[in-house]
Design a protein around this ligand. Structure first.
Ligand SMILES: [Zn+2]
Ligand SMILES: [Zn+2]
Length: 444
């Protein structure tokens, strides 16, 4: 990492103090007891289906009754799952209970498009136990208020689809962290509070996943903290029920050789959104791939980005030009353009979405990820786009979203997306822009 200029993120890591881990035993060990869920539910859908990444038709505003299933069964993935068509079985999402859920949760092979619209969510819940413990300077211990590991299917996360809430909120911030990654600050409830202020309808926590063999452990939850993470997000979801839709996601590493681990990781919880990320800053990554010229390294990164899409493991690719922070002073898009073109062609063929990450403005190469040129190339290929703040502090939730949406329009996008139940929901950018303002005013 010597030659790399640390990004803000990295700099922060150093100071982060480890979070108290709640569980002493490995998550795996306790799993049988606490969550027998995934596996068995899965059997109802033993299909090895590469998740269809289909556009879920954005439901137009409030229609009425929640549908059980969207009619058109998606003819399954057009997404070509690469080689090892990982048996990505998507765990069913909703509580296996008889509760009528608005949207059919994943079950069968053909993933039905959820998105039925549902009634506006907001039913103002009574104020929830809002626990503010975080300090500004270091991650707060998370253990305290976290209750016993919940099963993955929390009833608190009914699938609510694409209509606006009463306040007019419509959009989600789909990328943010918790103190469990050791370089994020603030309780999830604080992030939620900020999201409400920002006029968002929901947020998806995507903390850094555990990894095997001590892979860059200082920036991620440990194996034994996985259940704590799920419970933490659940706690916030419960606390904001009726006010903000809070979902469980994961920022899941793509590192060649770890596909098997990641595949099973994705089955450990009912993630609503799995964000794939190639983090070139990892010592392991640098040791292995920083072997030639700077340009070579960048090529390798984009090749891995495309491979991550082709793996079939992820819904969306995080901060897709993060490598511009590697020797940022010599970053020049024109030099990598051919490489990026190839990578984007491969990604477009998979149907996987890509992220416009607003936190790039705070990194060494200060520009959203990706920058406009690459974003335009993505738009040309009609690659679905998701916006995320990548917040490591609550104040950043929803930050620069208006600018981001304007960038999208500028390069030719008309729609922007988010995921629920690992299915994409598309919204018109113009509707989202209007909703942010309307809801923020309403909630002010
Ligand atoms: Zn990341
Ligand atoms: Zn992140």
């Amino acid at each position: 990492m010597s030659k790399t200029k640390p990004t803000k993120k990295k700099a922060a890591q150093g100071k982060a103090k480890p979070i108290a881990s709640k569980s002493k035993k490995s998550a795996a060990a306790k799993k049988p007891a606490s969550k027998p869920v995934p596996k068995k539910k899965l059997k109802s859908a033993p299909v090895k289906k590469p998740l269809p990444k289909k556009p879920v038709k954005k439901a137009s505003p409030p229609k009425s009754a929640p549908k059980k299933k969207a009619p058109a069964a998606k003819p399954v993935a057009k997404k070509s799952v690469g080689k090892a068509a990982l048996k990505k079985v998507k765990p069913a999402l909703a509580p296996a209970k008889p509760t009528p859920k608005p949207i059919a949760s994943a079950k069968t092979t053909t993933q039905t498009k959820p998105v039925a619209v549902s009634a506006p969510v907001a039913k103002v819940a009574k104020t929830a136990p809002f626990i503010v413990t975080a300090s500004k300077t270091a991650p707060a211990p998370v253990s305290a208020a976290v209750e016993a590991p919940i099963t993955k299917k929390s009833p608190a996360q009914p699938l609510v689809a694409a209509g606006p809430t009463k306040s007019g909120a419509l959009f989600y911030d789909s990328h943010m962290h918790t103190p469990l990654c050791k370089h994020a600050w603030g309780e999830p409830e604080e992030y939620a509070q900020q999201a409400v202020k920002a006029g968002l309808k929901g947020i998806i926590f995507t903390c850094h996943c555990p990894m095997p063999n001590g892979f860059w452990p200082s920036v991620r939850m440990s194996e034994s903290e996985f259940d704590t993470y799920v419970a933490l997000v659940q706690r916030a979801a419960n606390a904001f029920k009726g006010k903000l839709d809070i979902r469980l996601g994961i920022e899941s590493e793509y590192y060649p050789g770890c596909e098997e681990y990641i595949t099973s990781l994705h089955q450990r919880a009912d993630f609503h959104y799995v964000l794939g990320a190639v983090h070139w800053q990892a010592k392991e990554y640098l040791n292995k791939f920083e072997t030639g010229t700077i340009e070579n390294f960048r090529r390798t990164y984009f090749d891995h980005l495309a491979k991550s899409a082709e793996s079939g493991l992820y819904d969306c690719l995080a901060h897709p030009d993060l490598v511009k922070n590697y020797h940022p002073d010599s970053w020049c898009f024109a030099i990598v353009k051919n490489t990026v073109t190839t990578a984007l062609d491969r990604i477009a063929a998979t149907g996987v979405a890509m992220e416009l990450n607003t936190s790039g403005l705070n990194k060494s190469y200060s520009e959203m990820n990706p920058g406009l040129e690459m974003l335009r190339m993505m738009a040309d290929r009609k690659i679905p786009i998701v916006v995320g703040s990548d917040s490591h502090r609550a104040v950043r939730v929803g930050e620069h979203f208006v600018t981001a949406l304007n960038h999208l329009t500028e390069v030719g996008y008309e729609k922007v997306s988010y995921f629920l139940n690992r299915q994409r929901i598309d919204l018109k950018i113009s509707d989202v822009l209007a909703s942010l303002k309307k809801a923020a005013d309403h909630n002010a």
